[in-house]
Design a protein. Structure first.
Length: 136
């Protein structure tokens, strides 16, 4: 009686389909990633020791050093700001307005913009600053 040894079963892992799947997942993630970019408005934010991070809001008013106003990325005159801002606040889910002003602007301009935001029925007003640790 002759014993036959166990037959070895040849197992091979074909990794070509695995590489294809990994490549497709990588491509999908790269294309569907949400990239957040800051608008190209040059301002230097003032510093504050109590600065906190706030997620970027839907409605942002930029006040540049030369007192030009931008509603999100659109340049707007101060006379047209109330109507445009009121429309945006009514259409927005978040009724808050973020003001990002250069540290060298006139205080009167900042007060005017805050007053316009309140008149436009904004429920919240966030004044954007940067933390003192970010300065060094």
């Amino acid at each position: 009686m002759e014993f036959e040894g166990r037959k070895k079963v040849g197992t091979q892992l074909n990794i070509a389909p695995l590489i294809d799947v990994i490549f497709l997942l990588l491509l999908f993630l790269m294309l569907s990633a949400h990239f957040v970019t800051q608008p190209g408005i040059k301002i230097t934010l003032p510093t504050a020791a109590t600065a906190k991070l706030h997620p970027e809001k839907d409605i942002t008013i930029f006040i540049a050093e030369d007192n030009y106003l931008y509603l999100n990325t659109e340049k707007v005159a101060i006379d047209a700001l109330p109507d445009k801002l009121r429309t945006m606040v009514r259409e927005s889910k978040k009724k808050s307005v973020t003001i990002r002003a250069d540290e060298r602007i006139d205080l009167g301009m900042a007060v005017k913009v805050m007053d316009i935001a309140k008149q436009a029925e904004a429920e919240g007003l966030i004044i954007s600053t940067k933390a003192e640790e970010d300065v060094q």
